[in-house]
Structures are given as C-alpha cells and as structure tokens.
Design a protein around this ligand. Structure first.
Ligand code: 5RP
Length: 262
C-alpha cells in the first residue's frame, strides 16, 4: 500500500480508535427512492457530520452533497440491476475509477455475489476495481451481497469475505452472524458490517456492539440510521458503541436523550 492509499485508508478507518462509522446511503442504485432516502440531501444534512465516511453513488454525491464536504467518500461503483429483478446479482461496473478519482473518493466499493449465477462476473469485476484501486491509490471495499438462495451464516459469509480478501480487497463489508468471530479470524483484512433491514434501535446497537466485540472494525450502516425515528440520535449512539466502547444500554440512553431533545 503506498502513502496515498495508507492516507486514504486512515480517512476511512480512524487511526485514533482503529474503528469506523461509515454512513451508507447508496441504496438507491437498485432500490430507487427507498424509505428515508426520498430526498438524500435532506437526509444527509443533519447526520453527515457524525459520519467517519460516506458510502454513496456518483449521482447522489454530485447532486445532493456540497462540494465543501470534508467527510471521506467511498463510492459505489457497481450496479445495473433494480429491485424489479428477482436476481440482483446481475451487477456490473458502473463507474470508471478515473471518475472516482476526479470525485475525490477515498475508496471504491463493489458487490460480489458468491454462490449466485453471476458469481464469476462479480468476482472478476471486484478484481478489476482492486487493480484500479492499486493503480490510482484508492482503497477497495468488497460488499458481500447475499444471493437470494444463500444463507447469511458464518460459513457463507466466511467464504465470501475470504474470497474478497484473497482477491486483494482492502476492506470487506459483510453482515453480522452467529460465530462471527470465525468470519473475522478467516479474513486477513478489516471487516465492517452492514446494518441490514431496519430493526429496533436498541437491537441495532446490540448488533454493532456484538460485531465490534467479535472483531469488526466498524459499521457501514444505512437503514438503521436514516430510517430511525431520530437519525441524529442513532448515528451518535452508534458512534458511542463503535468508538467509545459504550454498552448498548448507554448508547440507547444517548439515542433517547437526543431523540427527545427536539
Ligand atoms: C445496499 C448496500 C448498503 O451500503 C449496505 O447494505 C449498508 O446499508 P444497510 O445498513 O442499510 O444494510 O450495499 O445495497
């Protein structure tokens, strides 16, 4: 990893704690105006300053984020499907890495669909953007998307995460699962977890706590923040868990205090 990549990696995973709270708002690339992201600019304005990194698409970055932003960007560079498809694995590369560089991204992210009919294409696409990341000094992030017939367990997520790391991805985004420590142990690069579908705030904080305790370096969370009753409260509560080692109870109290301040 050259100086530039190391610097960009430290933009994403904060050296002070070795952890990260990535805010994911890239969902529209296949979900369209999903709940909480109908107006990305409005969603982002109150919570952006609490994010260590922002994961989003080129279109939302260009049109909904001010150029004065000082939050590092991880750009979603895969897509080509929509929620109207029953098989979301037919993704390709949708952003040229040169444009990611021009957009001042610190990292680029692509989904791999291990076990799907399009496994090979998505893995070769991941290899391509890893090569690009090396050429341009960016950080690569592999998203282990769970194919429709796959079980989100440590065996599957361990396989997908390890394959991503073997390809050379700098960071792997996967999901929390039982025996998560096995996934972490078998993956030689940092792991962040997606939050997944919206669950009660307390449960999402327990999820984050468990993931960190079992070896994740952070979260790349979206719906459990921007679909929360208080996104500003939730992202700050998640930060307490990730960066300050807070218990879910303490973090949940913070969430409620901020939520009730309005
Ligand atoms: C959507 C994504 C999201 O970045 C990822 O799932 C994190 O968001 P959430 O916490 O809402 O799951 O890859 O396809």
């Amino acid at each position: 990893m050259d100086w530039g990549q190391s610097n960009r990696l430290s933009n994403i995973i904060k050296p002070e704690t070795g952890k990260t709270v990535m805010l994911a708002v890239d969902h529209g690339y296949f979900l369209g105006p999903t709940s909480g992201l109908e107006e990305p600019k409005k969603t982002l304005e109150p919570i952006l300053k609490y994010a260590d990194t922002l994961m989003l698409t080129r279109g939302v970055l260009r049109n909904c984020v001010d150029t004065s932003i000082d939050v590092p960007i991880v750009l979603r560079v895969s897509g080509g499907t929509s929620v109207l498809q029953d098989d979301l694995s037919k993704e390709g590369i949708t952003v040229a890495t040169k444009d990611a560089v021009k957009l001042n991204a610190s990292g680029i992210a692509l989904s791999i669909f291990v076990g799907s009919d399009n496994e090979r294409e998505t893995l070769l696409n991941m290899a391509k953007i890893i090569d690009d990341a090396e050429e341009y000094g960016l950080v690569s992030l592999a998203v282990t998307a769970v194919g429709k017939d796959m079980v989100r367990d440590s065996r599957y997520l361990g396989l997908a995460s390890r394959i991503a790391a073997e390809l050379g991805s700098h960071i792997v985004k996967t999901y929390y699962c039982d025996d998560f420590e096995k996934v972490v142990r078998a993956c030689p690069v940092p792991i962040v977890i997606a939050g997944g579908k919206k669950i009660p705030e307390k449960d999402a904080l327990v999820l984050a706590r468990n993931a960190i305790d079992r070896g994740a370096v952070g979260v790349d969370m979206g719906r459990n923040i921007f679909q929360s009753d208080s996104p500003v409260g939730m992202i700050q509560a998640v930060r307490e868990v990730v960066h300050n080692n807070a218990t879910p109870d303490v973090a949940y109290d913070l969430y409620n205090t901020i939520k009730n301040e309005k």
